[in-house]
Design a protein around this ligand. Sequence first.
Ligand code: GAL
Length: 999
Amino acid sequence: MRSLIAALLLGSALATPLPAQEAKQTANLSAPVKRFGRVSYDARSLMVDGQRLVIWGGEFHPFRLPSPDLWRDILQKMKAGGFNTVALYFDWGYHSPKQGVYDFSGIRDIDRLLTMAEEEGLYVITRAGPYVNAELSRGGFPGWLVNQRARARTDDPAYLAAVDEWLTQVDAIVAKHQINADPSRRYGVILHQIENELALTTPAQRRYMDHLAAKARADGITIPLFHNDQGRNGYWTPESSKIDKVVTGPNDLYAFDGYPGGTCTVEGKPTRDVAAPDWGYYGPGGAKGGASASPDTPGFLAEFGGGWFDYWGSNGGYACNAIQRGKRFQRVFYGTNLANGIGIQSFYMTYGGTSWGWLPAPVVFTSYDYGAAISEPRALREKALEMKQLGGLIASVPDLAGMIPAGAVEISSPNIQIYHNKNPETDARFLMVAHKPSNGQTSDVFRFTADLPDGRYSVPMQLNGFDAKWLVAGVALGGHRLVYSTSELQSAQVMDGADLMLFYGRAGEPGQTVLRYASAPKVTVLEGSATSAFDAAKGDLKLDYSHQGRAVLRIEGGGRPPLTLILADEAEGARYWRQEDALVRGPALVRSATVKDGTLALTGDTAEASLLAIWAPKAVRAVTWNGAKVATKAGVAGSYTALQPLAGPADIALPALTDWRVAKGAPEADPAFDDGAWQAIDNRPSASITARPDGQPNMGMDAYGFHDGDVWYRGRFTGTPDARALSLYYGAGGSGLVQAWVDGQFLGEGETPAGLPRPITTGTARFALPAGARSGEHVVSVMVRNNGHNWDLDSDDFHKEARGLISASLEGGPGGRSFAVPIAWKIQGKQGGENLPDVARGPANNGGQYGERMGWHLPGFDDSAWARASVPATQAQAGTNWYRTAFNLAVPKGQDATIALSFGDARIPRSPVRYRVLIFVNGWNMGQFIAHVGPQRTFPIPEGILNHRGRNHVALAVTSDGQPGDALESVRLVTLHTMKGGLPVQMVAAPNAPSDLKE
Ligand code: GAL
């Protein structure tokens, strides 16, 4: 069976139902509640402390943001953006350079991260591997594991022993932060994932799963355990599932992943060629279809596409992905999921970040922006504001949790479908109005007629273009009763016993809201326009209006508390931030709002001078914004407005990068180079899945303790008269590289090709030999750049494909065939191999370039003896040359920014010239630029790595074939995102100078 990702890579977006949907399943609505301490569930929903919850989660990878203070920025943006949960992968290899060695400090301090999540008011889903996939080199397995012969992801004892090392460490941290660990804790870890998309379901895998579950329990994890099926296949459903065609496992919950929605075209245009799948109640099998492939457990999408990844050589897919899986898509697809009873959803990714250093798998380049709601430079995309509006509804209407189908409604247009659900306890309704099929893009004016809790209503509606509407009806909101509204609810709050509600709709479309009263209330239109009519027989107050800017109404009397009603168009609604103690309009972000001693302390960001308006409890007498007092006056309907707009950010003056120095960085090519300390290649055993020619030694880099980045080989051979060419079989990941020299003379380079569906990760490079090589003693030097180990998506040990040289032979014997000439090889990779000299930056930071081994990448390296150079460089030299410069930044205090390094002409994805660059900023490897492959030219450097108020050092390892023009293009600093506000960010502590490195 093809995996989910492979299917996607081939362009079929899994719109067709998977076989398990044909299984005879029914949601077992009478399934008993299963309890795991404070967390419990039945077939309808998850519960915390017995309260049903919709879990609205977003995926974030701490290892893709190596600046821990900024983790809080992401968590705050998620919380303010309407999410109630963050899902976290942990990357085993990121914490373990060597078997038995683990690090959980600094940028790896996940204990700190989990504390932050709790402080910011988010539930947490932990996904701790051992295997995570995640477009990481080895799918998150540590480098040393590829030397293990035991088949990974089975019950082989050697593999399980390795896994247990990691789990013992990480489980202890997870266990400490589970919500069950402290009865007074309001938030914490609520769900824990034990494996990732394990598609093989053999007895060995079952025993492996049993081991993982038992280990989690033995380590004190008491919350529900789950596994994410790669599609809705019914793999690893809980033991209690007694339905055909499912594979059971030791998990408590069944979860699956889905990335439907079509892909972008190669020209980078979004497609709308797929409708939202019904993966639950409304799937094949009808309303009895069940919310999951597991009838006793609630619908659970552990990953649903919040974007998609991009690959070497693309035309730049992230901008398109942000649209393809962006505004409207979220409404249509996530809403269809919710309507189908999938009350636990997590969007992958919500912040993608940066696959810095040697983190990326061959399928991706450095940026893991993913087109996610929060962009790589930490900006809220337009789609994030839509998520805020949807999340606001979920937070305002607890009745949405645990809904079941409520029966069909009558619709006057064949172009429309409405999912109609109810809460069995309160009878509140959710009406998800979509096109039929849901990717339809017509504009429709229609009515639907339905028996709602407050009577039978015929409701006028519009749905224009690709869109959906999430309506609620028959629901108690504070002291009020909403009969129905054709506007979408963004926020309902109670302050001092009065109600405050914010509804929104598409600009220019009409809206109708009906509220119920005992007697006619008094309606005052304070701003904008709306008409009202009271039907005394029913007690219905009907409001009609157009969504245009905003209307503000005050409704008093009628037997209910006073109500302030804000009726906004979508863009106006997006300006509001719902916080526990306030509703705030204006700034680009409101991170927090806390009332203490009569002062409302607001924190947040402004993108420009911004008017501030606030609805807050009466006890509030003073307001601060980021700590500074804000003078206010009374505004509309009990609000306060600031007398002066809040200031926006200042321009950031970025220095030009000048004063470059350069040094030659490939001395290994020189026949006189001293490789006396290098390891000799020998016949040690190999665990690789890559076969090598009989009799050849084991040349693979991993066997010598070098797992990431560049590796050098030097060999000595005696020339033979037939030798015409050198043939190198090598493994190098996606867009990997091999360069070769004989006796210091550059022979050329080879690359593994970029692109989909799967990058080709091994290759053979042939180089003509100089005539002199036909006799005498010679030195061959080879550099292989390993652009990542494969993932193990199909659990076939694909991550053990060889890297570095696999075999080498001379060619030109009789008939031009290759023949083996003994070459005495030596190898050198990363300094120290698995014994890291730089623990703070960790295993992914360095490979084995000479300059890296000498610490040339470090900020404190003294380059004063290097030659001065100008950039753009005019001359190319074969091999690697290092360029260094330094600059000062003076970002104003209290201003957030993401500053990036940009190469060449940002308008084109690929340069006409061939070269590549490893980008070191203050010693951190922040990515790889491959000029002729692309598409990434601009590399964001997070604050904390970059010093925003002080000195910074850049070191570029530029690798070229030396052809004219194949030289470093212009390099400049650019600001990708800036806001007034932000959070204080400390520089990440790490070795400064070569002398700080551990021996
Ligand atoms: C999922 C997988 C994730 C990630 C995602 C695609 O199938 O579980 O780890 O690889 O696909 O980005």
